[in-house]
Design a protein around this ligand. Structure first.
Ligand code: CU
Length: 159
């Protein structure tokens, strides 16, 4: 290889550990004059830390990709705000419903959602993942007054 590997052989590090540590020249030179047993211990710790950092960094984007999109919706007599939402097919979402007057609900039969318990002042989370494109209608599922039957949420699922 180069002077680094020759130096490593002189101080008794096997070629495979040189490969793992070749990018950290300062490390090998820093410990070359010290007790070889201690050097090997530190080498293992360094390699483990290096792999742990790689694992941690590579796991960050995956974690973000899987967390569902949150959509805040206000429920009040006799409407949802917004009352039209657009979702992507296959995308996991969480509808975060928040009532500002009385208890409401939300039923979306096509997505197996039926909540009768959207209470005033409390966030209610409904999670699902639409599997087919199309136009769907959710409806209030908790009687809330004379306009209850007209309290609807339109859901457009696009490719
Ligand atoms: Cu209602």
């Amino acid at each position: 290889m180069d002077g680094l590997e020759r130096h490593a052989r002189q101080v008794g590090i096997c070629p495979s550990s040189v490969m793992l540590n070749a990018q950290d020249k300062t490390f090998i030179f820093e410990f070359s004059a010290r007790n070889p047993f201690r050097r090997k211990e530190v080498t293992k710790v360094k390699v483990a830390m290096f792999l742990a950092v790689i694992f941690f960094v590579s796991s960050i984007p995956a974690g973000r990709a899987q967390s569902p999109r949150r959509i805040e919706i206000i429920a009040k007599r006799f409407t949802y705000d917004p009352d039209v939402i657009t979702l992507k097919r296959g995308e996991p979402v969480v509808l975060v419903l928040h009532s500002i007057d009385v208890t409401h609900g939300l039923k979306i039969a096509d997505f197996n959602i039926n909540s009768k318990d959207i209470k005033k002042g409390k966030d209610s989370e409904l999670q699902f993942s639409p599997q087919q494109t199309g136009h769907y209608v959710g409806q209030c599922a908790h009687f809330c007054g004379k306009g209850h039957g007209d309290m609807k949420l339109q859901i457009d699922v696009v490719p």
